[in-house]
Ligand binder design. Structure first.
Ligand code: SF4
Length: 495
């Protein structure tokens, strides 16, 4: 049972010149008549409790909606970009840095394990080449508002290579006055020099790969990183002036129990990160055969649900705001503020604080989304290098959104990020009569409304605090491809 402030009740408590309102999961301070338009949104921090029965009921296969339609619809029959768009738009840039010194056995990423440090210099040269080619297809005057380094292991790069990459980005793209620039950090390969290089290159956010602090679990997944190492990396990043630090954790790893993961959460909370991304372990041994090594030790489905229940209750109990799906943040962090002020966006890196940006991904396997089209780069390093050597964009597959895709994308993103659809407002934004266009989809919500996940009104659809825990379930009702995709077994469980 979820016990957050109920978004279905709106009440006011006059207090001198200020009114307090609870609305759509936020505490709203509304200025008195003479202070009109003075509205502050503060996401509510009440601890959330969730029942195992609810988690069981809604644990069905479904997409993660980092794109719509999901990337499984991308095709090798596609047309590559051929001209520069006329109008500038804000840019979010992603750089995929695939090298890792060792293979973690739980990993599902597109990575390359190597002890050859020279590989990163060669890769950076090609990345520079790709950036030069791609800028021809980005409108002049477009400014960068967001940068993310992912992998693989971005901290595989030497300090001078990190600075070189920063220089390369600044040379080719104008920067907005305030940007969010983040990097995924492996504490095992971080040095003080690399932290300084990240700061010199303009990075102001870090995401630390913590995963689990239990020594036995770390041994089983072949990722040994004692708590002292994690604490030291965290301290270096804090001391360097990083504005926001995220911890990645994973539940469902081999050997995890409620007691062991509770200790992991306590360890992580003791370092007070600004954000948490807590992912469900994805077991895909047909793609990553090394995952078979610990198959016998994996927690069963019931234990995974208990670990998720524990995570939600513990983090919200510690004052973190539940953003949606895997993300939690402190109430004063930009992520919680973006949720409150309606600028949250969902893309291939999960939730993001910038809405309405064009996403351009660079490096092997990186995905771009701009101008109603998706593109993915070559997933193999040799093919990525070969395309660039031949003077071609290193694209593997793509997808051009139909008009109906764009309409449904807008609806799904509103549900995932704003937890509310104002039919009239969205109708005028996307040029349809929303209530009429989605008549059947809205009518299909009877059971979710009975279970308290959504609330329908004549003018709009609200996702309740309980529905926020099962946000993919609500979004799935607006997905035109879902039934066919589920039949083909394309998705992991929603919990
Ligand atoms: S460091 Fe990250 S990308 Fe590399 S093997 Fe480990 S989990 Fe995978």
């Amino acid at each position: 049972m979820v016990q957050t402030a109920d978004s279905s009740t709106e009440h006011t408590k006059p207090c001198d010149r200020i009114q307090f309102r609870v609305f759509r999961g936020s505490l709203i301070l509304v200025g008195a008549r003479r202070v009109r338009y003075s509205v502050v949104l503060i996401p509510i921090m009440n601890p959330i409790s969730v029942s195992l029965d609810q988690l069981r009921k809604y644990n069905v296969p479904g997409p993660r909606y980092t794109s719509y339609p999901p990337a499984t619809h991308f095709s090798e029959e596609f047309s590559a970009p051929s001209s520069q768009p006329p109008a500038p738009s804000p840019l979010s840039l992603y750089f995929h840095l695939p090298f890792c010194a060792r293979q973690c056995l739980y990993c599902g990423c597109t990575n390359i394990v190597t002890s050859d440090q020279g590989k990163s210099a060669e890769y950076l040269g090609c990345l520079g080449h790709e950036i030069e080619m791609r800028t021809k297809f980005i409108a002049e005057g477009s400014e960068v508002v967001q940068i993310q380094l992912g992998g693989g292991t971005p901290t595989f790069l030497l300090p001078e290579e990190i600075e070189q990459l920063g220089q390369m980005i600044r040379t080719h793209f104008p920067m907005a006055s305030a940007i969010e620039a983040g990097a995924e950090i492996d504490p095992r390969s971080l040095t003080l020099e690399k932290v300084q290089a990240l700061r010199n290159a303009g990075f102001n956010r870090a995401s630390l790969g913590v995963q689990d602090t239990n020594p036995e679990v770390q041994k089983t997944i072949a990722r040994i990183q004692p708590m002292e190492l994690i604490a030291e990396a965290n301290q270096w990043l804090r001391d360097s002036g990083m504005e926001s630090i995220n911890f990645d954790l994973i539940y469902g790893l081999p050997g995890q129990t409620v007691a062991s993961f509770s200790k992991t959460l306590d360890d992580a909370l003791s370092l007070s990160p600004d954000r948490f991304a807590i992912y469900s372990y994805a077991h895909i041994p047909w793609i990553k055969p090394f995952q078979q090594t610990f198959e016998e030790q994996l927690p069963d489905a019931e234990m995974k649900l208990k670990l998720l229940q524990l995570t939600i209750e513990k983090l919200t109990g510690a004052g973190y705001v539940y953003i949606g799906m895997d993300h939690f943040s402190k109430p004063d962090d930009g992520m919680a503020q973006a949720l409150a002020n309606g600028t949250l966006q969902r893309n291939f890196q999960g939730y993001s604080t910038h809405k309405g940006v064009d996403l351009h991904g660079f490096g092997m396997s990186a995905i771009s989304h701009a101008g109603g089209r998706y593109f993915q780069n070559q997933k193999e390093l040799d093919a990525y290098y070969a395309a660039l050597d031949a003077g071609n964009l290193p694209l593997l597959r793509g997808y051009a959104m139909t008009n109906e895709d764009k309409i449904r994308y807008a609806a799904i993103m509103h549900i995932m990020c704003n937890l509310y659809i104002d039919y009239e407002k969205l109708s005028s934004e996307i040029g349809i009569d929303f209530a009429d266009h989605f008549k059947a989809d809205i009518a299909s919500l009877d059971d979710l409304e009975t279970d308290g996940l959504v609330r329908r009104e004549p003018g709009g659809l609200h996702v309740t605090p309980l529905g926020r825990l099962f946000i993919r379930i609500v979004a799935m009702r607006f997905d035109a491809y879902l039934q066919a995709d589920q039949r083909q077994g394309r998705y992991s469980q929603t919990v």
